[in-house]
Write a protein that binds this ligand. Structure first.
Ligand code: ATP
Ligand code: MG
Length: 230
């Protein structure tokens, strides 16, 4: 469970400040698949970075599994991030010199998983995302959808409770993107809590709850399908 209250994020620019988030409240319960939608520049990525402890808020409180994480030191943040969160991005961020299997194995080192177990677990994960037959391929020889599947397997390497996805379908053709989100839906049903940023309303409606953000503020949450019109 995560509870963010009155989260603000701003950056100095010359004598002014640029506001990314202007007082956001967000609560995510285990088992949810929350989608975040909103126009470009509205603060979606900023919010996801704060949720995933990649960045810290300028003001506000953040409780993760009952612990206040808004003001921790870098080392502690990195430790909690590694334990609780997996990330996927629009441009996959795979390491080109490593095979699919090696990409998935890599983060297991950060969590001190026993060496002998790593390839086995990576293979299981690649099987789970439908890429068992491409284990030894390098990213450049995989399609965009396949690369994103490898990235999902890598995000799950250390068995995080939360998967955070920033426009995971942004670089994919519509049908491929839909297949990726439907895979995320399956993983959610298996117990993974997901927060996904998307521009695409059709994909946003595939989560269990949708949140809209504009000018650094949450506009109002609605349950997908509960209203045909916004
Ligand atoms: N590191 C930064 N320094 C200064 N301003 C920033 C920084 N990161 C984000 N911003 C500003 O904060 C606002 C929100 O940015 P953010 O990247 O969260 O938007 P977004 O909703 O993810 O947009 P997009 O849909 O284009 O990805 C923007 O005005 C942006 O310019
Ligand atoms: Mg963004």
């Amino acid at each position: 469970m995560m509870t963010l209250k009155n989260i603000e994020k701003s950056w100095p620019r010359g004598s002014e400040t640029v506001k990314g988030l202007a007082g956001v409240d967000l609560e995510v319960t285990r088992g949810e698949f929350v989608t975040i939608m909103g126009p470009s520049g509205s603060g979606k990525s900023t919010l996801l970075h704060i949720v995933g402890l990649i960045d810290i808020p300028t003001a506000g409180s953040y409780e993760l599994e009952g612990r206040n994480v808004a003001r921790l030191r870098d080392r502690e943040l990195a430790r909690i991030r590694c334990r609780h969160f997996g990330f996927i991005f629009q441009s996959f961020h795979l390491i080109p010199e490593l095979t699919a299997l090696e990409n998935v194995t890599l983060p297991m080192g950060y969590a001190n998983m026993p060496k002998a177990r790593r390839p086995l677990r990576a293979k299981e994960l690649l099987d789970r995302v439908g890429l068992g037959h491409r284990m030894n391929h390098y990213p450049s020889t995989l399609s965009g959808g396949e690369q994103q599947r490898v990235a999902i397997a890598r995000a799950l390497a250390n068995d995080p409770g939360f998967l955070l996805a920033d426009e995971p379908t942004g670089n994919l053709p519509t049908e491929t993107g839909r297949a990726i989100v439907s895979l995320l839906g399956e993983l959610n049903k298996e117990g993974l809590t997901i927060v996904m940023v998307t521009h695409d309303a059709a994909l946003g409606a595939l989560g269990t709850r949708s949140v809209r953000i504009r000018d650094g503020l949450i506009e109002g949450a609605r349950t997908p399908m509960s209203t045909g019109i916004e």
